[in-house]
Design a protein around this ligand. Structure first.
Ligand code: APR
Length: 162
């Protein structure tokens, strides 16, 4: 779906953060602005996050109860394990959602902005990984901020299952 992930009425909103977890631009900036200053205080206590990993905070002023912060890979051509690290972001985020008993999760298009991951390839990793995940989460929304990202996700979602 197309939208602003900060307004999603879901249990968990996933943030495309950086390893410091201290905020930034893009969706990270939008989430910190919408969640308010309490989020940064909570993130300061987390001691950062490695690429491919995910950590949970409360949602603060977001409609969502929790925020799962994950750090996607920076695209550097595709032969530096980027796909595996991106898949790990989706798997680890669902694992954090399971830990808090979340039924609904909204993901942004992790790594496809500042981190430069080609959108369709990233969408394919997202859809494939989420479909294959063993999780108690019932609904996953891929929230696309712009039309071209949404088209990429629609194309991947419409592909015949392998
Ligand atoms: N809702 C949903 N998606 C959004 C929103 C929003 N409010 N704002 C931006 N996006 C989209 C972008 O358009 C892009 O498709 O999120 C996707 C991910 O882009 P980035 O936010 O740039 O994230 P990423 O590419 O993973 O780079 C992470 O950017 O903001 C910094 O601190 C962050 O250093 C980290 C890096």
């Amino acid at each position: 779906m197309k939208g602003d992930i900060t307004t999603e009425q879901v249990d968990v909103v996933v943030n495309a953060a950086n390893t410091s977890l201290l905020g930034g631009g893009g969706v990270d900036g939008a989430i910190h602005r919408a969640a308010g200053p309490g989020l940064l205080e909570a993130c300061r206590l987390l001691g950062g996050c490695a690429t491919g990993q995910a950590k949970t905070t409360a949602g603060f002023d977001l409609p969502a109860r929790w925020i799962v912060h994950t750090v996607g890979p920076v695209w550097s051509g595709g032969d530096r394990g980027e796909a595996e690290l991106l898949a790990s972001c989706y798997r680890e985020s669902l694992a954090r959602a399971d830990e808090v008993g979340a039924a609904t999760v909204a993901f942004p298009a992790i790594s496809t902005g500042v981190y430069g991951y080609p959108v369709e390839a990233a969408a394919r990793v997202a859809v494939t990984t989420v479909r294959a995940a063993v999780t108690t989460v019932e609904v996953v929304r891929f929230v696309c901020f712009d039309g071209s990202t949404r088209i990429a996700y629609e194309r991947v979602l419409d592909e015949p299952l392998p």
